[in-house]
Ligand binder design. Structure first.
Ligand code: ZN
Length: 310
């Protein structure tokens, strides 16, 4: 049987990334979000595959026709927040407003309920787990934001590598974490910089680990990663490496994945999962929001404790 994984897109401009977003010198640069998104849509259509598109609310406001085209092609629309500011920069109230406004505009454009969310730049971690309760309260049913082990910018060690149920007091949220290898260096392998930069053999091996466990991996890509006309600017040595490394091979890497595996949008994959046999992670109460914004340095009272039930 052909293994099934999840294909996801974070619909944002290259100017929204951590590499570029704070650089005022780039303010006049072209966002080129529609070009990259159109290229991905054509690419997926040629391979007969459907994906989850995590769209920024701001992008939906700026380019509603593009977002409608994504939905009309049979892809799932889900929320990537409104502004692409990492959770560490948002107060709980600002986060609440972002996820509610994004859900509303995407449902308005797509005509279907939006049930999924991914935080900007994988920024949900042990100190921002309060955001999970906000997601439940806003009507989301799954999240795809946490990274087991070490994340790019933030990580949540101790959570399972495959889909699991997060229990928050009386509520439950399905979590599709960022895919990391089962052993060795537990860094992401299935999307963005990592999909471009790791050796192909390492990615194949990590994917096989998921398949042996019967878990779907979560592949992710950004429109700017397949846009050959993305402006090349100075971002400093570190961010230039992260932003530009391996871009020329991104489409080939995606093509190999699309040709060898089956993919589904996350909401459809969620329906195929054995809900009663998923690992459960209980977030110890009280799950409460910090008093103010910029909580990265504040002490969190959350603990993520993977349960043994499987
Ligand atoms: Zn993003």
């Amino acid at each position: 049987m052909v293994p099934v994984h999840a294909l996801t897109v974070d619909v944002e401009s290259w100017l929204d990334t951590e590499a570029a977003r704070r650089r005022s010198a780039l303010l006049g640069e072209a966002r080129r979000i529609e070009e990259g998104t159109a290229r991905l849509l054509d690419f997926f259509s040629a391979h007969g595959v459907r994906a989850t598109f995590f769209v920024l609310g701001r992008v939906a406001e700026e380019a509603p026709r593009m977002v409608r085209r994504i939905a009309e092609a049979g892809h799932e629309l889900a929320s990537h927040g409104w502004s692409h500011r990492p959770l560490q920069e948002l107060t709980p109230q600002a986060f609440r407003e972002e996820i509610r406004a994004t859900k509303a505009i995407l449902e308005d454009i797509g005509g279907r309920e939006v049930t999924g969310h991914r935080s900007p730049s994988w920024s949900m971690g042990p100190r921002t787990l309060w955001a999970l309760e906000e997601l439940v309260a806003a009507g989301y049913r799954y999240d795809a934001s946490l990274t087991p082990g070490y994340a790019w910018l933030w990580g949540t060690p101790g959570i399972p590598g495959g889909p699991h149920r997060l229990e928050l007091g009386g509520a439950t949220l399905l979590e599709f974490p960022n895919s990391v290898p089962r052993a060795g260096l537990r860094l992401p392998f299935a999307g963005g910089f990592f999909l471009r930069a790791w050796p192909a053999g390492w990615i194949r091996r990590a994917l096989r680990w998921y398949e042996e466990q019967g878990d779907p991996a979560v592949v992710y890509v950004h429109p700017w990663e397949v846009d050959p006309a993305m402006p090349r600017v100075r971002l400093g040595p570190f961010w230039s490496f992260v932003h530009y490394a391996g871009l020329a091979r991104m489409e080939a890497r995606l093509r190999e994945l699309l040709q060898t595996c089956r993919f589904l949008p996350l909401a459809e994959l969620a329906k195929l999962l054995p809900a009663d046999r998923l690992p459960v992670v209980r977030l110890a109460p009280p799950v409460q929001a910090p008093a103010g914004g910029r909580d990265a340095r504040s002490r969190s009272r959350h603990t993520a404790r993977p349960a043994t039930r499987r």
